[in-house]
Design a protein. Structure first.
Length: 142
């Protein structure tokens, strides 16, 4: 457990707000991929997403919160892609090959994933990656 305060706010409940939240995340991922994390500001993201800076700050108080939310999104999506149950008859090598294949496919389809992966410094990112790692190790150990 970490003592670092969580920088992301709770997920919006109303459909319109959820769509705006996801749109801001999609825009941030695209900009991070195209321009790099250091070059992108929250003002830049808000302008590209065509939302006010206040709307962005309603969901994400700072750029780190956007990075954490994107990291959590990618980890959840990757966990959904990877096999949840390993067929005992499948050799470990085949399972690992499938994991690598899925990882490479995922990396190629998601804007910003590579840049986020390289930036994984936050405690939320580390915890999310550890959770995914634990799930994969559990499957291999079966």
């Amino acid at each position: 457990m970490t003592d670092t305060p969580k920088t992301t706010r709770r997920m919006p409940q109303q459909e319109r707000s959820r769509r705006r939240y996801q749109h801001i995340l999609d825009t941030a991922a695209k900009l991070f991929a195209e321009e790099g994390i250091a070059s992108v500001t929250t003002n830049h993201i808000a302008a590209a997403a065509e939302v006010s800076i206040g709307s962005l700050y309603q969901f994400f108080p700072n750029k780190e919160a956007l990075l954490e939310a994107l990291t959590e999104r990618y980890i959840e999506q990757m966990a959904a892609v990877f096999p949840q149950e390993m067929d005992i008859a499948i050799p470990v090598e085949a399972f690992i090959e499938e994991i690598i294949t899925q990882f490479v496919r995922f990396e190629g389809q998601e804007d910003g994933f590579r840049v986020i992966l390289l930036h994984m410094e936050s405690s939320a990112a580390t915890e999310a990656a550890a959770s995914l790692h634990k799930m994969l190790v559990t499957q291999i150990d079966r």
